[in-house]
Design a protein around this ligand. Structure first.
Ligand code: PLP
Length: 386
């Protein structure tokens, strides 16, 4: 049987063998509770603290500023809800305004909706045709009642990279906390919390070749958050016995990502460009977004008059794994919220295809994708004319 071609790394990534190897002892004999005083427990504690150092090194944070969570979504909720609620409490209710954007992941947009239902005012900023948020619009939205601004680092669908450092500088000058959902950025592009000047930054294990069900939040020293899960773990920021094995896996994945970040990004961008050039040579195909300001492994294409879901199914039958949109949206024939925000016309947006490359993607994968795309697209166009 031919190997499937996996080009859906923005949805999730394979776990690297080095990560699995590092995790196994903690699922077998090293099962101690990291909060126990005995040697077995302290072995787990040591492994967690080593992982914290490794993750911190990837984003230039201090290890004490890393909070481990169960996933990227939890990290986002911890930041957005936690900061909004803490700001509200500390200002005796005067600060009850949050600024966000129209292209955020549901973990952020859903939390903002929940805050709105609780009486917070939410400003949702639009984006341009490349899914870029303008720093000026952020500045214009901040008022004396604003406690938090949240803008994602890189979009999961289009791959657009936002001017995070500029936005963070505006927030700092205005005395407002800034959170960025960097789940798609960390491990793929250089992310340096000091250079960016962010207060909080969310990341997730399964986007960087660690397992699903582990993530983290960078919380700058001194930032206060309302606690979502009561308990003393994670420096009293998050209760719950730590998931030692997965945290260890995340640490190893972070170190591997840091070691070859630039070379890996350059080789992915070259493969992505080859893939795009091949796809764009076909009729009725457009690239979405700004070719310069985006993730190296993400290509987003729109096929005029084609149903993106049918295209994904056709490619899948041919052994190619891709998406028509974000993982939580795939299968829907409606335009995603991101394409709507970018004002992509229906006749193009309904034929959206997200192809995301990552660790393990080869030239042969790209060639197989292109051959299959040509075949499936030909069939779909032919059946549309019958
Ligand atoms: N934020 C972004 C931009 C994402 O792409 C994702 C996952 O797709 C998340 C947050 C949520 O991460 P997790 O799946 O770890 O909850």
């Amino acid at each position: 049987m031919t190997r499937a071609v996996y080009l859906d790394h923005n949805a999730t990534t394979p776990v690297r063998p080095e990560v699995v190897e590092a995790m196994l002892p903690h699922l077998r004999e090293g099962f101690g509770n990291p909060n126990s005083a005995h040697a077995l427990g302290q072995g787990s504690r040591k492994a967690i603290e080593e992982a914290r150092e490794r993750v911190a090194a990837l984003i230039n944070a201090d290890a004490s500023e890393i909070v481990f969570t169960s996933c990227g979504s939890e990290s986002d909720v911890m930041a957005v809800y936690g900061a909004a609620q803490a700001g509200f409490n500390e200002s005796a209710g005067k600060r009850s305004h949050v600024v966000t954007t129209a292209i955020e992941h549901f973990a952020v947009s859903g939390t903002c909706r929940e805050l709105a239902a609780r009486g917070f005012e939410i400003t949702t900023l639009g984006v341009d045709e490349n899914a870029l948020v303008s720093p000026e619009s952020v500045s214009g939205a901040i008022s004396e009642r604003t406690s938090l601004v949240t803008v994602m680092t890189a979009n999961n669908e289009i791959g657009t990279i936002q001017p995070v450092a500029e936005i963070a500088a505006i927030c700092r000058a205005r005395g407002v906390l800034f959170h960025t959902d960097a789940v798609q950025g960390v491990g793929k592009i250089p992310v340096d919390v000091r250079a960016l000047g962010v207060d909080m930054l969310a990341f997730s294990g399964h986007k960087i070749n660690a397992p699903k069900g582990v993530g983290g939040l960078f919380v700058r020293k001194g930032v206060r958050l309302a606690q979502l899960i009561a308990g003393k773990q994670e420096s009293s920021r998050r209760g719950g016995t730590e998931n030692t094995a997965s945290i260890v896996g995340l640490g190893v994945a972070a170190e591997l990502a840091r070691k070859d970040l630039d070379a890996h990004a350059a080789s992915l961008a070259a493969l992505r460009d080859r893939l795009e050039a091949g796809a764009l040579s076909l009729d009725g195909v457009r690239r979405t977004g700004n070719p310069a300001l985006r993730l190296p492994g993400t290509a987003h294409l729109c096929f005029q008059g084609i149903d993106g879901h049918q295209l994904v199914v056709g490619l899948d039958l041919d052994g190619i794994c891709v998406s028509s949109g974000p993982a939580c949206h795939s299968g829907a024939t409606e335009l995603s919220h991101v394409l709507k925000a970018m004002r992509v016309p229906d006749e193009w947006g309904k034929g959206a295809l997200r192809v995301s490359l990552g660790w393990g993607t080869t030239e042969e994968d790209v060639e197989r994708f292109l051959a299959s795309l040509k075949k499936v697209l030909g069939k779909l166009r032919q059946s549309a004319t019958i």
